[in-house]
Design a protein around this ligand. Structure first.
Ligand code: RIB
Ligand code: CA
Length: 320
């Protein structure tokens, strides 16, 4: 997306990308992918995988490793309403595999992430692609401040949910990004007329062979070495749980954001968020038969071209 493709003589609109993120090792891969192929105008950072102090430090370290001037904005330190468990067991207590990396000397912008999202939506009205890879707290806050936000955003791609209830967090059907802040997801899903949803179940269908992935990292450049170091713990954790494949949820969502035609199967349906229910809080409830009157608010990605997905991963770490 970085280069403008000229089609039949005219320039295809050049999109700008803003990534809302809670790095987190799979966020890291998505951010590497984005900087390889898109014009990234900012990272808005939320709490999620680990606390905001770590997700912010990780985002600053990552832009330093990528050697880019992408601005980083600190967002909300807690979910909108209820406190939630983080995912340090998956990502390490610092969110980046506890490697004790040398912190970046860079600092975050003074502007709050929610305000940065709104400003960017005006600055790049009609050409901004928002990629939401974290709990949706920042985006929900931005929507509460300005309900017209969706009118100015060209595309919203959300990594979140588990569309048939095969989740990975809290209650059985909940996926982490939605389950960590269900109220925020409800605000976003209720306000956004049409967004693209890349869920946990699609992530499980597009897992990566451990050995092939590690061979790819071995072929890569400094980005690959950094990514290899911060993901060692998560890969060991995945293997330890007997997962047959390596799952990189945010990378799959980023692949869809970068190359929308990578999607080979998708369906448009209404998706809601369960806020109560001891057994179901944080569930994404899909109206598969379109039985209720509410229009489809989500394009649910069901399948992508796996080889193109893996090519984007390789390019992101210099192993293309
Ligand atoms: O369920 C996977 C999602 O939760 C990913 O975004 C991961 O980074 C965590 O935030
Ligand atoms: Ca994430």
């Amino acid at each position: 997306m970085r280069e403008t493709q000229a089609k039949n003589g005219c320039q295809v609109q050049k999109y700008k990308m803003l990534i809302d993120t809670d790095p987190g090792v799979d966020d890291a891969m998505a951010i590497l992918m984005a900087h390889e192929r898109a014009e990234v105008i900012g990272l808005s950072v939320a709490a999620g995988n680990v606390g905001l102090e770590h997700t912010l430090a990780n985002a600053l370290k990552l832009v330093e490793v990528i050697d880019t001037q992408t601005p980083v904005y600190a967002g909300c330190a807690t979910p909108l309403v209820h406190a939630s468990e983080d995912a340090a067991d998956v990502h390490g207590s610092d969110g980046f595999g506890d490697t004790a990396y040398t912190p970046s000397t860079r600092s975050a912008e003074s502007e709050h992430a929610a305000l940065a999202i709104l400003r960017a939506s005006h600055e790049y009205a009609g050409s901004l692609v928002l990629v939401a890879l974290a709990p949706l707290t920042n985006l929900a806050l931005a929507l509460k401040l300005d309900p017209d936000l969706p009118l100015r955003v060209a595309r919203l791609v959300v990594m979140g949910g588990a569309v048939t209830g095969q989740g990975n967090y809290g209650t059985v059907p909940a996926e982490f990004n939605v389950g960590f802040d269900p109220e925020a997801a409800h605000v976003v899903f209720s306000a956004w007329p049409q967004f693209t949803l890349v869920d946990w179940e699609a992530t499980m269908r597009h897992g990566l062979d451990f050995a092939r992935f590690e061979a790819m990292l071995a072929r890569g450049d400094a980005r690959a070495k950094f990514y290899d170091s911060i993901t060692a713990k998560t890969r060991a954790w995945s293997r330890g749980r007997g997962r047959p494949k390596l799952l990189i949820a945010d990378a799959l969502a980023m692949a869809v954001a970068l190359e929308p035609d990578i999607v080979t199967r998708a369906e448009d349906h209404h998706v809601g968020v369960e806020l109560d229910g001891k057994l179901t809080r944080g569930a994404t409830v899909v109206d598969w038969q379109d039985r209720n009157a509410r229009p489809a608010n989500a394009r649910i990605v069901l399948e992508v071209d796996q080889s193109r997905f893996e090519a984007l991963l390789a390019a992101a770490v210099g192993a293309g």
